[in-house]
Design a protein around this ligand. Structure first.
Ligand code: COA
Length: 332
């Protein structure tokens, strides 16, 4: 196949959320908050929380198994596993290797991508580049996070917004007008302390002091993150569209990272889209970090909101700070 016309196409997609649901009413009984506050400030009504006996790789395996089944691709044909996560089973090795072992993907290479809430965009862009270059034929891209494990249940600013989940796509090579048309990735490390987990890494290894001071939990400057998010998502959307040679008016469906309904509304307004052109499921899942865009994309294709030939715009934003966008034409 001529690499100039070779594109990565989404040949299969799947997602998974844990069974256990934590509602705003449950949170009202745990901390000083209210359903009214959470819904009006974030749009979230409930989120799914991973059971204690399961971990990130378990959710990743469920989503990836569904994606392979959807594509009709046997495990033996997968060449590469890319797992976007900031809540891997261990600090090392890559949780992608654990997924590889659990799924019997014996012919694949595997590594993690830690780009937080932009992780799905980063992993999908990386996978697309590998497919387009001709290096790999079947690339399994997964976004999975058990972020509830890093959330301080005493921090009402943080614990109401996050939930757990996983999503996966199988990328294959295609040579029609379908597939990934453009990718855009950007970051600004000056914003790294707006949203981070201070302890547990090489800078502050685990100690009695870090545990006593709750430094293994997410710390977030909500207002600053909010301010940057709408601007960055809009910029990512315009850059990805420009590089695909398309206009906002060409977009059939935008699938944004689900962090806060007000961030999504602000970005959508700046872009001149209307909310009925946008996939929103934050009310049921909250912010599922690297899973969120894939989860919303999978729901959209399952409920018939995407048809073959549609232009779909994926947009993400997250810790780092990082942001990015992908434009694709749906179908194989
Ligand atoms: N329940 C009730 N009150 C809460 C609360 C909660 N869960 N969390 C915060 N508050 C209070 C604050 O303490 C503050 O009270 P005060 O005025 O008495 O000090 C008040 O609500 C307003 O706080 P503020 O931080 O201005 O609220 P906000 O409108 O900015 O909403 C967030 C807070 C976290 C929902 C919002 O900033 C946000 O979503 N930011 C982006 C976070 C994000 O998306 N992170 C992930 C990026 S990928």
């Amino acid at each position: 196949m001529n690499n100039a016309t070779r594109r990565a196409v989404i040949a299969g997609i799947g997602s998974y959320v844990p069974e256990k649901v934590l509602t705003n009413q449950d949170l009202e009984r745990m901390i000083d908050t209210s359903d009214e506050w959470i819904v009006s400030r974030t749009g979230i009504r409930e989120r799914h929380i991973l059971e204690d006996n399961l971990t990130t790789s378990d959710m990743a395996v469920e989503a990836a198994t569904r994606a392979l089944r959807h594509a009709g691709c046997p495990a033996s044909k997968v060449d590469l596993v890319l797992l976007a996560t900031v809540t891997g089973d261990y600090v090392f090795p890559s949780t992608a290797c654990i997924v590889q072992e659990k799924m019997g993907l014996t012919n694949a290479g595997a590594f993690d991508i830690g780009s937080s809430c932009s992780g799905f965009i980063a992993a999908l862009s990386t996978g697309a580049a590998f497919v387009q270059s001709g290096n790999f034929q079947n690339v399994l891209v997964i976004g999975a996070d058990a972020i509830s494990r890093m959330v301080d249940c005493k921090d009402r600013n943080v614990c109401v917004i996050f939930g757990d989940g996983a999503a996966a796509v199988l990328l294959q090579a295609g040579h029609s007008d379908r597939g990934i048309l453009s990718t855009y990735i950007k970051s600004d490390g000056a914003g790294c302390r707006h949203l981070y987990q201070p302890a547990g890494g090489a800078k502050l290894p685990p100690s009695l002091d870090t545990i006593t001071n709750r430094l293994h939990y997410i710390k977030m400057d909500g207002r600053e993150t909010f301010k940057q998010a709408a601007r960055a998502m809009t910029s990512a959307a315009f850059e990805a569209l420009k590089s695909a040679g398309l206009e906002v008016s060409d977009v059939d469906l935008m699938v944004p990272h689900q962090a806060n309904i007000r961030i999504i509304q602000a970005a959508v307004q700046r872009m001149g889209l209307s909310m009925d052109q946008v996939a929103v499921n934050i009310d049921r899942y909250g912010n599922t970090v690297a899973a969120s865009i894939g989860l919303a994309l999978d729901e959209s294709q399952q409920n018939g909101r995407i048809e073959a030939g549609d232009h779909v715009l994926l947009v993400g934003f997250g810790a780092g700070l990082t942001w990015g966008g992908i434009v694709l034409r749906w179908g194989v």
